[in-house]
Design a protein. Structure first.
Length: 87
């Protein structure tokens, strides 16, 4: 026979050191604000250039799932990752 699992008295809380998400689902990159032919640069900062490019590429891909008519090109440059909108 299965044992009954005790019910929790209250929902778990977020640890004090965790910051809440500032954008709640909105992108920190301006995909929705650039027009065809415009671009923006995301500097590498202290991050790994390959991981920064991968993160930006994934963000562009995710944005395109919602807005399929908007297309982007993501290229690595010496000082950061540049994103162009071409459609």
């Amino acid at each position: 026979m299965l044992e009954e699992v005790p019910k929790m008295k209250r929902a778990p809380t977020r640890p004090e050191n965790m910051k809440p998400s500032p954008l709640k689902g909105r992108s920190i990159y301006p995909f929705d604000r650039i027009n065809p032919g415009e671009s923006f640069l995301v500097p590498y900062g202290d991050g790994n250039p390959q991981k920064v490019r991968q993160r930006i590429s994934m963000a562009a891909w995710t944005f395109r799932q919602t807005y399929p008519e908007k297309r982007f090109i993501v290229k690595a440059e010496p000082d950061g990752v540049r994103v162009w909108r071409y459609a």
